[in-house]
Write a new protein. Structure first.
Length: 309
């Protein structure tokens, strides 16, 4: 065991047996019944975690039916960053999906959409300075324009990285980029709300009755903008790679349109297309993985583009 990590665990009265989860970024240890200790072994910075701590604190100004993350303390010990956080209870919804009957799945879809719509009630704070929570490139300053203007800059930046791959794999990609930019050239006149950016069943915890108990892991795509971005991406994230073979993309789309109206369909398609460019190299800088192929499939879907022409 890393010597610094061992000293930290000893300081908190913990041992390796208290490990409850080990992810790509952090190890989480049970710190009593209501808290966890997270250790980041060279995967993040104190500044990053402090930004996240302040953001989470801002979310708790409004009562919510399910729990949101809350970081109590942030610190560093040698090369390790650590946080103490409130413990979020429940089982990931994604773990339950393969066991559900059709009627239970329909209930899960309803619950999932209701949770997303509740998140959409959280407005951006009046004094926010950037649209993207983590913006190392400096693309999202609010002073530089509205939500659409930010997305146009974000899209242009991402195209410098992925355009060659997408031109190779997506028919008529250059003309499609022109369609995306034509939408973003219009002024954005809507509300600005909290966007989770990774709203999928693995980040939602539920109890034994499938009620949502908590939402996890804001981060890379967390933004302030149009809430339909989360509704749209959550639609295609639900059974992202069609592993359940249950026609869930079509079933969930029908539910969204039933509850929000036919007029949202164009925005849903549009945001899926935008996300598929922005996330094309999220896991592989050279666009050589399955997630990239999933993005290509979205960008090659003729129905999505029909609504923009």
């Amino acid at each position: 065991m890393n010597a610094t990590k061992q000293l930290i665990l000893q300081k908190y009265g913990l041992s390796a047996t208290d490990l409850i989860r080990a992810g790509m970024e952090a190890e989480a240890y049970a710190l009593g019944p209501d808290a966890v200790l997270k250790l980041y072994l060279g995967t993040t910075s104190l500044a990053h975690l402090t930004t996240l701590q302040n953001f989470y604190a801002s979310l708790h100004a409004v009562p919510f039916s399910y729990a949101l993350p809350y970081i109590e303390t942030v610190a560093t010990e040698g090369e390790i960053c650590l946080t103490t956080e409130r413990k979020l209870l429940g089982t990931p919804l994604a773990d339950l999906l393969p066991t559900l009957t059709r009627s239970q799945m329909d209930n899960a879809l309803q619950t999932y959409l209701t949770a997303a719509l509740e998140l959409a009630t959280l407005s951006a704070p009046a004094d926010f300075e950037r649209y993207k929570l983590f913006d190392a490139e400096g693309l999202s300053q609010r002073a530089d324009g509205d939500w659409h203007q930010f997305l146009a800059r974000f899209l242009a930046h991402k195209l410098t990285q992925v355009s060659d791959y997408l031109k190779r794999d997506v028919p008529h990609f250059e003309q499609k980029v022109q369609l995306l930019n034509a939408v973003l050239a219009r002024p954005y006149l809507g509300k600005l709300q909290v966007i989770h950016g990774d709203f999928f069943p693995g980040n939602l915890l539920v109890d034994e009755q499938q009620h949502i108990t908590a939402l996890l892991d804001f981060g890379l795509f967390t933004m302030y903008g149009e809430a339909l971005f989360d509704i749209a991406t959550g639609w295609v994230f639900f059974d992202m790679y069609d592993e359940l073979k249950a026609n869930l993309r079509e079933r969930y789309l029908a539910l969204i349109v039933e509850r929000l109206g036919e007029a949202v369909r164009e925005k849903l398609y549009y945001y899926v297309l935008v996300y598929s460019v922005l996330a094309a190299n999220a896991y592989s800088p050279t666009c050589a993985d399955g997630h990239y192929q999933w993005c290509v499939k979205n960008l090659s879907h003729p129905t999505y583009w029909k609504y923009l022409e």
